[in-house]
Design a binder for this molecule. Structure first.
Ligand code: PEP
Length: 256
């Protein structure tokens, strides 16, 4: 069954104490205020994963999960500063983001590298959140569907069909990330529907129907409900608004 998911990407924010406080607040508010029909994923920095895993505890089996922001393409070895999929799995990570636009842009991550990272995540039994989305120049030139198509084809379409039950796609137009400029519900829906049609064409329609496709890019309580009401938008990957418990939980409630 296609899942509703709201994931909070904290990026490089919060000290450990701040992160633990934020996670505790979110967990309590989700417990008290939501109907638990939405899978909530907390995606703190690597240093906070182990303690926040403890805070989430047994709620994971129900509706609150732990995510990591990236993982190495390598299995193990002399790769100073990298964190492997096996390491993430060993501290209780359920979901891993691969292909966030900030990794693509600031760390020159290309399609081939992202394909390796995706494979590592899936080999270790975790769920993949694969990000795609076009920069402003591509949106303005009008060829954004082709751009997103290449991102998916080059990094994911070699994967076997049975792995797709562990894959979530996040469409995040780069021009909307952290800019306060949100895609309109119609703009987002157009790309989400296109992504689903590509998966249907490459695999099959039933499989494509089950894949959760999240929207990301300046999503906030004021615009979340409209976005989530679209037929092919199954939740959100939230950056800035996930750092405030009130706004993050209001976005989760808008997804119920
Ligand atoms: C993101 O970086 O994944 C994101 C969606 O950020 P923001 O919500 O701050 O635009």
């Amino acid at each position: 069954m296609r899942k509703k998911i709201v994931a909070g990407n904290w990026k490089m924010n919060t000290t450990l104490a701040e992160g633990q406080a934020l996670a505790s607040e979110i967990i309590h508010m989700v417990e008290d205020e939501t109907d638990r029909s939405v899978q909530v994923v907390l995606i703190p920095p690597f240093t906070h994963l182990y303690p926040i895993n403890k805070l989430i505890g047994s709620l994971r089996k129900k509706h609150i999960y732990l995510g990591a922001q990236d993982c190495s393409a390598h299995e193990k070895g002399a790769y100073t500063g990298e964190v492997s999929a096996a390491m993430l799995q060993s501290v209780g990570v359920d979901y891993v983001i691969v292909g966030h636009s900030e990794r693509r842009e600031y760390h020159a991550e290309n399609h081939a590298l992202l394909a390796q990272k995706a494979r590592r995540v899936l080999e270790h039994g975790m769920q993949l959140i694969f990000c795609c989305g076009e920069p402003l120049s591509v949106r303005e030139a009008g060829n954004y569907l082709e751009y997103v198509e290449a991102q998916l084809r080059e990094s994911l379409f070699e994967l076997e069909a049975d792995l797709w039950e562990h894959i979530v796609i996040a469409y995040e137009p780069v021009w909307a990330i952290g800019t306060g400029k949100t895609a309109t519900p119609e703009q987002a829906q157009e790309v989400h529907a296109y992504i689903r049609s590509l998966i249907a064409e490459r695999y099959d329609k039933a499989l494509a129907h089950e894949v959760s496709i999240l929207y990301g890019g300046s999503c906030k309580p004021e615009n979340a409900a409209e976005l989530f009401a679209q037929a092919d938008i199954d939740g959100g990957l939230i950056g800035g608004a996930s750092l405030k418990s009130r706004s993050f939980v209001d976005i989760i409630k808008a997804c119920q």
